[in-house]
Design a protein around this ligand. Structure first.
Ligand code: PRP
Length: 183
């Protein structure tokens, strides 16, 4: 990363303003869908921390928040199975609760496929996925996300929680990293 993060971004895909407006729409819809249900919002760390913070404030209904920490196993064989290592489990019982899993990006789908299976075993009343970004070109597992913010092309996107080598998460917008940064 150069000392100016912005210089490493080749193109801005979604400005702060555009992200804010879209999240407001999503929050309004989700608040209507979950009115009276006190949903349990489960953010998958780390990438979704920024989205989660803005999304719950765009939902004008009571809800609770929880965090799951995951990291993918290294190595081809295991990543193809979608096995992820849980680095932080839920602190609350989700049985009979209406769960919304909050992600920054749905890419191959392997992480969410695994997590949905994991959470289903805890017998929630219902479970849906809300992802800010959807990158359908790289999908390997069939995953249904009821709430989606934006569709993105198969490019290296960073910012608004998304990282490259742990950097760029604090960019307020979402952009495409210049190839020379990661090549
Ligand atoms: C990203 C993202 C999802 C996952 C999606 O996390 O937050 O959890 O990848 O990819 P998939 O659909 O191909 O499984 P990442 O592993 O980069 O960790 P981070 O959230 O800590 O940045």
């Amino acid at each position: 990363m150069s000392s100016d993060m912005h210089k490493d971004v080749g193109k801005i895909l979604f400005t702060e303003r555009k992200i804010r407006r879209r999240i407001q729409e999503m929050g309004t819809q989700m608040a209507a869908d979950y009115k009276g249900k006190n949903p349990m919002m489960v953010a998958v760390l780390k990438g979704s921390f920024v989205f989660m913070a803005d999304l719950v404030r765009a939902m004008d209904i009571p809800c609770e928040i929880e965090f799951l920490g995951v990291s993918s196993y290294e190595g081809k064989a295991t990543t193809n199975t979608g096995a992820v290592r849980l680095t932080k489990d839920l602190n609350t019982d989700i049985a009979d609760r209406h769960v919304i899993v909050v992600e920054d990006i749905l890419d191959s789908g392997l992480t969410l496929q695994y997590l949905m299976g994991y959470l289903k075993n805890r017998q929630p009343a219902s479970m849906e996925i809300c992802t800010l970004l959807d990158k359908p070109e790289r999908r390997k597992a069939e995953v249904y996300a009821k709430y989606k913010g934006f569709t993105v092309p198969d490019a290296f996107v960073v910012g608004y929680g998304l990282d490259y080598d742990e950097g760029y998460r604090n960019l307020p917008y979402i952009g495409v990293l210049k190839p020379e940064i990661y090549e």
